[in-house]
Design a protein around this ligand. Structure first.
Ligand SMILES: C[S@@+](CC[C@H](N)C(=O)[O-])C[C@H]1O[C@@H](n2cnc3c(N)ncnc32)[C@H](O)[C@@H]1O
Length: 637
């Protein structure tokens, strides 16, 4: 039994914009290919730009797994060669040296595309490693940026001449690679926001609509919405919805063929609609594509049973007016699993319930479109709660916090917006992440216990989604004392205080955590540069300092000072680059021959490596692979 919405205005656009990925065996694409150029078609040099773009598009749609260095290398190679002859003023004509260069390049391209203008690029950092950062979020997002850019170039919407800053930037990177400077820890570096990382809890504050080839983000309203912002007659823009079991909703037929519904609601694992049978591990109501459902269920043992962990938390009211919170019932160590649960619902975080009608697009402002989307979403989520949850689940779900009571969100969508986590399927084989033309991390999840974690900019737990068990996983990012409240973060770790406040505004509170109370321009900057800085030092520790006969431990002064400041700021996490320090220290002490310190650093390195593997395996359900002694990828298969 499924539900399907009735015909929606513009819904055909939606499907047109969701490319159907051909099934391509990953191994056949990456096998035996070691260098960037190996991924290119043999006749690449003779291809025209539009042919090259077509080739990129095919590779993009082939769904090479995220989390694979070669994936990044693939796009890096293509990107570099694709544009090298088409950028006026570029003399380099060289392929990029690493997927990292490519990553920065794409971020810059994306900025050019987003802002429609050139930016002065100040990034002087080099050598950001990709082994530790090569998760699907980053490269998935970049690949999407790349794909968009290629499409825009192909459609003549963007000219290659708007890209020279990228090349200027790359020149700068190369220059600074060859001209290593001492690090003061104070240099300007920017880390562009990476989309879909899935680490921060995300308010469903944005969604998107399709207008022909272009995708535009719509800001959903929050806070008190003034009456004048709303169209008086918003109802006229709402298409009639037919929601119900598939056998009750009339089939759509086009050219004599039955058109598959665009979106269905199903259970994971399967269970009857009535309340007669429920899975002991819990089940999730999943709003998805029919083909995605079929693909997952074609896997015989899917979903796998939940891993068992001892209970170490309790949900209870806080004593500071923040409603409910999650507390530790015993001491919890860094990297320990804290919670695993099947979400109540998993849903696409974009407007899958029918794109906006032409009339709406022409007549309504962005604000009004946001308001319209809020209105359209409520009946869908209401259906899931009223028709698919047991009475007990419904009662529990409806008791979750709602910070969207004055912005036009209905009672159910308000709860979804307040409690939804952005999730990534992150699978080796093509997964659900790009359903409905979404970017990585397009689905959201509302959970029973996890949604009770309050926010801190110095979070105690991180979270991830494991598609093989269909569970949300939470893990300790630091030691947690018995009895203390456990916080997660709803904002990006690398956002400044002002940016975090903006991201948290829809939740209706001002954060008073240690990082916010003590924030300074220096702490804001540290958040921005921590990843770039630590990776650059790592790169120097690998490539530059071993060759320096005069190296002394003095090189560690800014490094140890930054490490201390990161601990103070609560940036002692993997995402912030903190676990790069043990390796840097190890390499320097090894080089200068400080045996006592070397042993300390080695122990720290081993602890960190073990913990990071545990974290990755727990939050993604993946088995970590090693290549050439390095952590290089994760696979769910
Ligand atoms: C996902 S819920 C967290 C659980 C919630 N406290 C409850 O009672 O279910 C998000 C809401 O909790 C509250 N909240 C979370 N973190 C907070 C914080 N650091 N300070 C104040 N309120 C917070 C806000 O009302 C926010 O909209």
């Amino acid at each position: 039994m499924e539900i399907t919405p009735g015909p929606q205005p513009g819904s055909s656009k939606l499907s047109a914009s969701s490319p159907t990925a051909p099934t391509v065996d990953d191994d056949s694409i990456v096998k035996g290919k070691e260098t960037f150029e190996d991924f290119l078609p043999k006749d690449w040099e003779t291809l025209s730009i539009s042919e090259r773009i077509r080739s990129v598009t095919e590779l993009y749609n082939a769904d090479i797994p995220e989390g694979n260095v070669k994936h990044a290398a693939l796009f890096g190679s293509i990107a570099s060669v694709l544009f090298r002859n088409s950028v006026p003023g570029s003399k380099t004509g060289k392929p990029l040296e690493s997927p990292h260069d490519f990553g920065i390049m794409l971020q810059e391209w994306k900025k050019c595309v987003d802002n429609g203008k050139e930016e002065v690029i100040k990034i002087v950092t080099t050598g950001i490693g990709y082994e530790d950062d090569n998760n699907g979020g980053i490269f998935g997002g970049m690949a999407v940026a790349m794909y968009r850019l290629a499409s825009q170039l192909a459609a003549g919407e963007l000219s290659a001449s708007s890209l020279p800053t990228t090349m200027v930037f790359l020149e700068e990177v190369r220059r600074s690679t060859g001209n290593q400077k001492d690090d003061s820890g104070e240099e300007e570096a920017e880390t562009a926001e990476v989309d879909g990382k899935g680490k921060a809890k995300e308010n469903v504050a944005q969604s998107s609509r399709d207008t022909q080839d272009e995708e535009k983000l719509i800001q959903l309203p929050f806070g008190n919405v003034k009456q004048e912002e709303l169209p008086d007659d918003i109802e006229k823009y709402l298409a009639p919805l037919e929601i119900g079991p598939v056998d009750k909703v009339p089939l759509q037929v086009e050219n004599g063929k039955v058109v598959e519904p665009e979106v269905i609601v199903t259970y994971v694992p399967p269970c009857p609609l009535d309340e007669s049978e429920r899975h002991p591990d819990g089940h999730t109501i999943w709003m998805t594509k029919p083909a995605t459902k079929a693909k997952y269920y074609s896997n015989q043992d899917w979903p796998k049973p939940l891993p068992k962990i001892p209970c170490k938390i309790v949900v209870r009211p806080t004593d500071d007016g923040t409603g409910m919170g999650v507390f530790a019932t015993r001491d919890i160590k860094r990297f320990e699993p804290v919670l695993v649960e099947r979400p109540y619902i998993v849903y696409p975080r974009r407007d899958v319930v029918g794109a906006f009608s032409k009339k709406a697009l022409q007549e309504l402002s962005e604000k009004q479109l946001g308001q319209l989307m809020v209105k359209k979403s409520e009946p869908f989520f209401r259906y899931m709660v009223d028709q698919r949850m047991t009475s007990e689940e419904r009662r529990e779900f409806m008791s979750l916090a709602n910070s969207h009571t004055h912005d036009g969100s209905g009672p159910v969508f308000g709860i979804v917006r307040t409690n939804g986590f952005g999730i990534e399927f992150r699978e080796r084989l093509p997964g659900a992440d790009r359903d409905f033309g979404m970017k990585m991390g397009g689905y959201g999840a509302v959970t029973k216990i996890g949604s009770r974690f309050n926010h801190s900019c110095i979070p105690d737990v991180g979270h991830g989604f494991d598609a093989s068990t269909f569970t949300m996983r939470f893990i300790a990012l630091r030691d947690i004392k018995k009895g203390s409240q456990i916080f997660t973060s709803y904002a990006s770790f690398n956002a400044t205080k002002a940016e975090r406040q903006k991201a948290l505004a829809p939740y209706g509170f001002e954060c008073t955590c240690r990082a916010c109370v003590n924030a300074t321009p220096q702490s804001d900057k540290l958040r921005k540069v921590s990843v770039a800085l630590t990776q650059r030092w790592r790169s120097q520790a690998i490539n530059v300092w071993p060759k320096d006969p005069n190296l002394t431990e003095k090189v560690l002064i800014p490094i140890l000072e930054t490490k201390r400041r990161m601990e103070e700021e609560g940036l002692d996490t993997k995402d912030a680059g903190y676990f790069t320090f043990p390796e840097i220290l190890f390499r320097v002490y090894e080089k200068v021959g400080n045996i006592a310190k070397l042993k300390e650093a080695k122990d720290e390195l081993m602890r960190a490596a073990k913990g990071l593997i545990q974290e990755e395996e727990w939050t993604t359900g993946a088995k970590i692979k090693f290549e050439r002694g390095k952590l290089t990828g994760a696979s769910n298969n």
